[in-house]
Ligand binder design. Structure first.
Ligand SMILES: Cc1cc2nc3c(=O)[nH]c(=O)nc-3n(C[C@H](O)[C@H](O)[C@H](O)COP(=O)(O)O)c2cc1C
Length: 340
């Protein structure tokens, strides 16, 4: 079992936020799988995101990779809150609870605050703030590469500070609220340092003993990484069925450009996990020592999950394999030893 602030994740294998964690049926299957230790929901906004046929996904013919052009979930946060409430409701003979990580995003601090408060209202209703372990956490998605004219905020870290300040203030009111950040794949060291420096400005100075319990830092985890944007695959490289009803396109996704994931992302995702793990261990960053890393990107086999752990992840997640295999993905990655 892995403990991240107030979350207990057992086994330490989860789905990452994605289009296959979008509706109640998908979330129920993920929740009921004995191979997942937590369920991450697709990124929700306050009002819902308008999807059109250009938002889609394709898999590659060789290796287990994907390219997608999706934005955020068409379902509003309120919808996820009602589904999560339904799934967490105790029922006779039901499996023990596992936590939900609610992926949310906004560019507007006021809207983000409303979203966090809505989540906190549900946690209060469920007695989650006072429970021994929490069933609801927040992951702020800072890294969707597919929103026209809105670059992933994680790449311009100082621009995120107003949003992160909202999270800091809400965490200060209730430290049982577990908050993480979904980060984009970074490609050079200064980008990692910008995250570390930015987060440090939001932490209280304090001794490293209490830092390890997230007492001084509002953030409990980094999920590394999201897809690599501005990628391109041609139609003949993908397995998208010709009869999918979409207009003929020379590209794997109609937008041409999209976010690549799966095997094609693995080396970069490992490098991101490794770099953050090293930086978080540095004595100068002691106040951040309570931050755990959820390793995501090309986890398509047990060996890949093991590599993520060797690189520094305490929990491992996947999306592309889930899209290809359904919840059986977690059996493939976790194997017998992964079962609770
Ligand atoms: C079809 C699809 C939809 C995704 N949607 C989201 C999303 O809504 N929010 C998010 O934070 N990440 C999203 N992701 C990124 C995944 O969570 C993950 O970070 C990325 O795909 C790398 O993991 P993988 O190699 O296991 O696919 C999506 C990925 C895919 C393939």
């Amino acid at each position: 079992m892995v403990k991240i602030n107030t979350l207990n994740i057992s086994p330490p294998l989860i789905n990452s936020s994605c289009a296959w964690a979008s509706d109640l049926e998908q979330l129920t299957a993920l929740y009921e799988s004995s191979f997942t230790g937590a369920v991450t929901t697709r990124t929700a906004t306050l009002e819902g995101f308008q999807e059109n046929p250009s938002h889609t996904v394709a898999f590659t013919k060789s290796a287990v990779s994907s390219i997608n052009s999706y934005g955020y979930s068409p379902h509003r946060l309120a919808q996820y809150l009602s589904w999560v409430k339904e799934l967490l409701k105790p029922s006779p003979g039901a499996q023990p609870k596992k936590p939900f990580i609610l992926s949310i995003t906004s560019y507007d601090p006021a809207k983000l605050r409303t979203m966090v408060q809505d989540i906190q209202d549900l946690r209060a209703e469920l007695g989650d703030s006072t429970a021994q372990s929490s069933s609801i956490a927040i992951e702020l998605n800072t890294s969707c590469p597919n929103i026209p004219s809105s670059p992933p905020t994680g790449y311009v870290f100082p621009s995120l500070i107003p949003l992160l300040t909202v999270l800091k203030e809400e965490h200060a009111k209730d430290s049982s609220l577990t908050i993480g950040l979904k980060l984009p794949p970074f490609v050079y060291r200064d980008q990692f340092l910008a995250v570390i420096d930015g987060i440090k400005t939001l932490c209280l100075p304090g001794d490293s003993d209490s830092a390890s319990s997230n007492a001084n830092c509002p953030f409990a985890f980094f999920t590394c990484t999201n897809t690599l944007g501005n990628s391109l695959l041609f139609d003949e490289q993908s397995t998208r069925p010709a009869s999918s009803g979409e207009e003929a396109s020379p590209f794997a996704v109609p937008t041409g450009l999209g976010g690549v994931a799966g095997d094609a992302l693995h080396a970069l995702a490992l490098g991101n996990v490794y770099t953050f793990a090293q930086l978080l261990r540095e004595p100068a960053n002691a106040v951040l020592q309570g931050i755990s890393i959820i390793g995501v990107g090309g986890v398509t086999s047990k060996a890949a999950a093991d590599r993520m752990r060797r690189a520094g992840a305490v929990v491992v997640g996947c999306a592309t394999l889930l899209g290809k295999e359904g919840v059986r993905a977690f059996e493939i990655i976790g194997g017998e030893e992964g079962q609770k």
